[in-house]
Design a protein around this ligand. Sequence first.
Ligand code: NAD
Length: 440
Amino acid sequence: MSTFSVINPATSEIAGEAPDCTRAELDAMVAAARGAQPGWAALPVDERRKYLHAIADVIDANVAELARLVTLEQGKPESVATEEVAGLSYWLRETAKLDLPVTVNQDDDERRSVTEHVPMGVVAAITPWNYPLGQLSFKLGPALLAGNTVIVKPSTFTPLSSLRLGELLRDVLPAGVVTVVTGGDDLGPWVSRHPGIDKISFTGSTRTGRDVMAGAGASLSRVTLELGGNDAAIVLPDVDVDEVAGKLFWAAFSNAGQICLATKRLYLHTDVYDRIAARLVELAGKTKLGPVSNHRQYDTVIDLLRDCRDNGYDILTGGPAEGLFVRPILIGNPPEDARIVQEEQFGPILPLLKFDDVEDAIQRANAVEYGLGASVWSADPDAALAVARRLEAGTVWVNEVMHLSPLVPFGGLKQSGIGVESGVAGLLEFTERRTITVKR
Ligand code: NAD
C-alpha cells in the first residue's frame, strides 16, 4: 500500500506515514461497513450504549499515546492534547445516556400511529485538522448509538491519531463498525460522492462544505455541515477590564486561534477600548503559542498580516517567529471592510474594533456571511441578553465563550453550516424517521 508523509508543525520534520487509500480500497471499506450495519442496528440500544463505554475505556487506557500523536501531527501542547483525548471519552460516555424519542401521533379506536427514529446506514465522519480526535466527539458516539456504522476520514494533515484509534477499536467493536480511511486530496470527494454512504457528517471550511453538499446531491446522501465562522465578541462599557481581558485573550488565541468558535472579531466599546487593548498587548507579549498547524494555514495568516501592513493598519503587536510559530498578532481598529475583519483568519491574528453605539456593534457583528458563534460581555446580564438575542449566530454566550456540552446542540446559521451536533438534536441527525400506522 502506498503512503503519504505527515509533517510535525513544530519541527517541519516528518512525523509519520499514513496509508494513501485507493478508490478500490475505499469501496471495499464501504462494502464492509454496509455489511456490518444491519447486525449493529439489530443490537438492543443498551448493548450499543455498552460499546460506547467500551470505546471510552480503551481511549482512557491509551490517552497518553493518543495525545502524543495529536501533538506530533497538530502541534498543540501535550497537556492540551490530553484534554482533547479525554474529552472524546467523556463525550462518548455522556452520549451513551441519550435516548431516541418515540412519538405517538395517534392512538384511538381508529388507528395507532407511532414515529420512531431509525439508523441511516453508513455514516462518513469527515474531520478537520484543528482537533483531530476532539472533532470525533460530536460524530462517533451519536452515529453509533443510533445504529449506524461509521467511516472516519481525518484531515490529510492529521491522520495519525485517528488511525491509531481505529487500530485500538479493532479489539473492541465488531469488524466493519468503525473504519478509518486516510488518503490524499482525492479521498474527500470520493467519500462525499460515494453511493454506498448514506450520511456525511462534515466539519471543515465553508468552501469544502459547499462541495460536499454538491457531491452528496448525486445520491441524495444526508448531510450535516459544521463550517467556518467569524465570531464576534461585543464588549459593553460596564465590564470589569481586569476580569475580562484575560478571558478575551484566550477566547481568540486558544489553540493558536485555530478553533471554529474562537473570537475572530473583538468589538470594544470606546470607553474600554484603550484599557483592554493595552492588557491584550501585554498578554500577547508574554504568551508563547503552539505553532500554526500546517503550511497552508500559516500562509493564510501571513497573507492577512501582509494585507494589514500594505493597507497601513495599526499592527499593535506580534508577527512571525521561527518555523510555523507566530507571536499573537493584534490589529488596532482596522476599517470594517478590511480582509482581517471580513474573512475567517483561523489563526493567531485578531482585529480589535471600536464602537460607540451598541446598535452599530450589533449591525457590524451580523454583517458577515458566517453565523457560527458570538459572545456578549457585560456586568449587566439583562443588557447582555438583549444584545445576544439580536445576534445572528447558532450559539451566543454571555460572559463566556466556547463552552460546549454533550447535552447542548450547536451548529451554524447562514454560511456556517446546516444541522447541529450534540444533544438529542445532534443524535437525531444520524437517524431517519419511520412512522408505523396500525388500522384498528
Ligand atoms: P477543510 O475544509 O480544508 O477540510 C476538512 C476535511 O475535509 C478534511 O478531512 C479534508 O481532507 C476534507 N476535504 C477536503 N476537500 C474535500 C472535498 N472536496 N470533499 C470532501 N472532503 C474534503 O477544513 P480544514 O482546513 O481542515 O479546517 C478548518 C476549517 O474548519 C475552518 O474554516 C474552521 O472554521 C472549520 N471548522 C468548523 C467547525 C465547526 O464546528 N463549525 C469546527 C472546526 C473547524
